[in-house]
Design a protein around this ligand. Structure first.
Ligand code: ADP
Length: 204
């Protein structure tokens, strides 16, 4: 199920106006989507985990991915020796239908330093997209990184994520990706993405 509903009836407000987002050079709308569901069930080239710096698993989507992938994922992650916040590392998918798992480490949201939080969140989306292309992945699903226990407001995380995805798709390696989807359980994320996808990826 894709949610490409233009506009939003959620009544949520945002400081970001359409005027601040430049018109894209070409329509990328058909290459970006939103799925409300369980990321562990998706048969794509890569799924992106909302990991922590240890890469050794945790709660939320991280726990779900490790449970579904099995102990071999833990063993490969342990050999990676962790990952800095704002970056990502890639492993196999093991028991998952996805071929690869990209473990992105988002920031714990710091309301006193929004710019730093945004830079780190954007960084892990960009690095994940680079890793996907480096490993020949053409389809990729992102968790709503940092919007769970890491506390990043969905209304701020969605435009940051979509900005990074759009920059990548418009960049030199953008054509190497066929599909980028965001996957979430949470209605607050669905509402934020329904609001911002038509702004960052307007349909033609
Ligand atoms: P973080 O620590 O980066 O905030 P969380 O795992 O707490 O990560 O939350 C990230 C997002 O993933 C939240 O929106 C959460 O509801 C969602 N989530 C949890 N489990 C799943 C799942 N199996 N598939 C997709 N999204 C999930």
């Amino acid at each position: 199920t894709y949610y490409h509903r233009p506009g939003s009836d959620t009544g949520s407000s945002s400081s970001i106006s359409t005027a601040t987002i430049p018109e894209p050079s070409k329509s990328l709308n058909d290459r970006v989507g939103l799925i409300r569901g369980d990321i562990t069930t998706l048969q794509l080239d890569a799924i992106v985990n909302a990991a922590n710096r240890s890469l050794l698993g945790g709660g939320g989507v991280d726990g779900a991915i490790h449970r579904a992938a099995g102990p071999e994922l833990y063993d490969e992650c342990r050999a990676l020796g962790g990952c800095p916040t704002g970056s990502a590392k890639i492993t196999g998918g093991y028991g998952l239908p996805a071929r690869k798992v990209i473990h992105a480490v988002g920031p714990i949201y710091d309301p006193l330093d929004h710019d730093k939080s945004e830079q780190l969140l954007t960084g892990c989306y960009t690095r994940s997209l680079e890793l996907a292309v480096e490993h020949g992945c053409r389809t990729i699903a992102f968790s709503a990184i940092s919007t769970g226990v890491y506390g990043y407001p969905s209304q701020d995380a969605a435009p940051a994520a979509l900005g990074a995805i759009r920059r990548f798709l418009e960049g030199p390696d953008g054509d190497k990706l066929d599909k980028v989807v965001i996957v979430t359980f949470e209605m607050k994320d669905v509402e934020a993405y329904n609001e911002f996808i038509p702004l960052y990826f307007p349909p033609v």
